[in-house]
Design a protein around this ligand. Structure first.
Ligand code: ADP
Length: 490
């Protein structure tokens, strides 16, 4: 008998798909282990073509009725969905932490409220979508945001609940139906999400979850010709493969991909705040696409600032992410650990100086020390490629032009952080850095109304506020000749 549920941190989690309002099991399973200690979290159903097709079919069938509800009709259901996420917050936080090694306290106090907000915010925003009218000479243009159909949502393992709801919120609020393909290295909280949606009254077929391996289940899903949208967050290499599938059926695709973001510190900045924020780049073991991993320091304050960062990092506890004092948890998977360690070994061999860290942490297992490399050239692999681990590089600059040249000197353009004491100078630098988001004297503030996405190989498109609906909707203009219906309106 195949196992269909597991007890994870005292929470019952289904290990099966959620299709058309019911659990569906696959004979094929994939194993899932906790990065905290390698413990077995159960064998999860692995979809193939049949299950992916079944889910898209269910979503297609459910689409007309969900779309017809309109934003007003969907609002109470989505509000209950958001409330359900908050009500199950402790369960979600605990399961996520065991499944992907993320910090329990961060999950409880930031990720869960944000996940709920991702649903309620877009549900409310959708109410005003069709209010846009352009009065132009003889024509009134009524701009309409129509639901587009079935959206495939493919999500990564570093923050599954947060990043999935970031897509689910606008996709459902717009009136689309969805098929989610959760990450195989952290599949469990998406399964809880299906239960919560169901309890909130999201109708069968509107939200489907297909578990499985990316190259199999994900591939089957994105090649389905009945998709209206594909939204992907993950690696640039995978985006190139999914992009080919999207191209075959001209399916619009949004992609939020990797980064190698600069973190620029000017001599007149609040150096204590900047040092704390640099240390914060190690949180969740650096498995954060937005992390500022290239520290660029103005030469005149290098020694002083290095002391401050070293002190801030020395206070960071590496260990079990369920402990409140822990700041750096494990890497997600042995394969990923080997990848991160490979970057570090090659950087050492290339002459990089290890300022601290450089290998497995005392906790053993998948725990890696917060690591800083100095004496790297901007063209070195360690300063060019995304490591996705607790590994930063330390470089200096003598002028703003030099800082900007180094900052912009990779293929990426996801984000950037700048600490600077002079507003005019800060804005001059910020405007010239290529990035979807540039934080000045702050970090990680991601307003749901503001555009978010990556430039260059860091992504396609922007989401947030209206930008999300620009992607998830078919936008139509109903252009009506003024006065053409006579005085009585026809
Ligand atoms: P990472 O390198 O961060 O693990 P990936 O890009 O490999 O990121 O994975 C992100 C998501 O994309 C996961 O849900 C994964 O299962 C899925 N995925 C991987 N390969 C494919 C593919 N060929 N088609 C569709 N989805 C895929």
């Amino acid at each position: 008998m195949t196992q269909s549920c597991a007890e994870i941190a005292g929470v019952t989690v289904s290990l099966d798909h959620w299709i058309d309002g019911r659990r569906v099991s696959s004979p094929e399973r994939f194993s899932n282990a906790s990065p905290i200690d390698g413990s077995d979290l159960g064998a999860v159903s692995a979809a193939g073509q049949a299950e992916a097709d079944m889910a898209v079919k269910a979503a297609s069938k459910a689409f007309p009725a969900w779309a017809a509800l309109g934003p007003q009709g969907r609002l109470p259901i989505l509000r209950r969905f958001a409330e359900g996420i908050l009500a199950r917050g402790k369960d979600i936080a605990a399961v996520e932490s065991l499944d992907n090694g993320s910090l329990l306290m961060g999950n409880l106090h930031r990720m869960v409220p944000r996940a709920a907000q991702n649903i309620s915010f877009f549900a409310e925003w959708a109410l005003g979508l069709n209010d846009h009218v352009i009065d132009h000479e003889e024509v009134i243009n009524n701009v309409r945001y129509d639901p587009s159909g079935v959206a495939a949502l493919i999500t990564p393992w570093n923050a599954p609940m947060m990043l999935t709801t970031w897509k689910v919120g606008p996709a459902l609020a717009a009136g689309n139906t969805i098929v989610i393909k959760p990450p195989e290295w952290a599949p469990l909280t998406c399964s809880l999400l299906a239960d919560i949606a169901h309890e909130a009254g999201v109708p069968p077929g509107v939200l489907n979850v297909v578990q499985g391996i990316g190259e199999v289940a994900g591939d089957a899903l994105v090649n389905n010709p009945d998709l209206a949208r594909i939204s992907f967050t993950g690696s640039t290499d995978t985006a190139k493969i999914i992009g080919q599938a999207a191209a075959r059926s001209i399916t619009p695709m949004s992609a939020e991909l990797g980064g190698k973001s600069p973190f620029i510190v000017c001599a007149d900045a609040d150096l204590d705040a900047a040092a704390q924020t640099v240390a914060g780049q190690y949180i969740n073991a650096g498995q954060v696409c937005l992390a500022g991993t290239r520290i660029l320091v103005e030469k005149s304050i290098e020694a002083e600032f290095l002391d401050k960062v070293r002190a801030a990092v020395s206070h960071m506890t590496v260990g079990d992410p369920r402990e409140a004092a822990t700041r750096v948890g494990p890497l997600i998977h042995p394969e990923h650990f080997a990848r991160v360690a490979g970057f570090v070994e090659r950087a050492k061999a290339a002459g990089g100086e290890v300022l601290w860290g450089g290998g497995q942490a005392d906790a053993g297992g998948l725990y890696f020390q917060p690591t800083m490399f100095a004496h790297v050239s901007p063209s070195d692999e360690i300063a060019q490629k995304e490591v996705f681990g607790p590994v930063l590089t330390w470089q200096t600059f003598a002028s703003d032009d030099e800082a900007i040249a180094i900052a912009n000197g990779t293929e990426y353009g996801l984000a950037g952080t700048l600490f600077c004491g002079n507003e005019a100078r800060a804005m001059r630098i910020a405007e010239r850095v290529v990035a979807g988001t540039l934080w000045v004297n702050c970090f990680f503030v991601r307003d749901l109304a503001a555009p978010f996405g990556g430039s260059r190989i860091s992504g396609i498109g922007r989401e947030g506020g209206t930008h999300s609906f620009d992607f998830y909707c078919d936008i139509k203009n109903i252009a009506v000749r003024k006065g053409s219906f006579g005085a009585a309106g026809g």
